[in-house]
Design a protein. Structure first.
Length: 69
């Protein structure tokens, strides 16, 4: 993630969402690199949770959820 020098909340949200996407991709790649079934499950679950969080940031940016109006 970048260290943004702006007060624009949406720019920070986009930056965080981008970082979450990078982490999601990394977790999914690592699933095939480890042998431990518990680690595989942890990485997969983490990717799923982060995907939900990334979606929440996107909804904030789009302003289309009732909570963000």
């Amino acid at each position: 993630m970048k260290d943004l020098q702006t007060s624009d909340a949406k720019a920070h949200s986009e930056n965080i969402r981008s970082g979450l996407q990078e982490l999601i991709v990394h977790l999914k790649k690592d699933i095939s690199k480890v042998d431990d079934p518990k680690a595989k499950a942890l990485f997969e679950t983490s990717a799923e949770v982060l995907t939900g969080l990334k979606t929440a940031f996107l909804h904030y940016e789009e302003g289309n959820e009732e909570a963000w109006k």
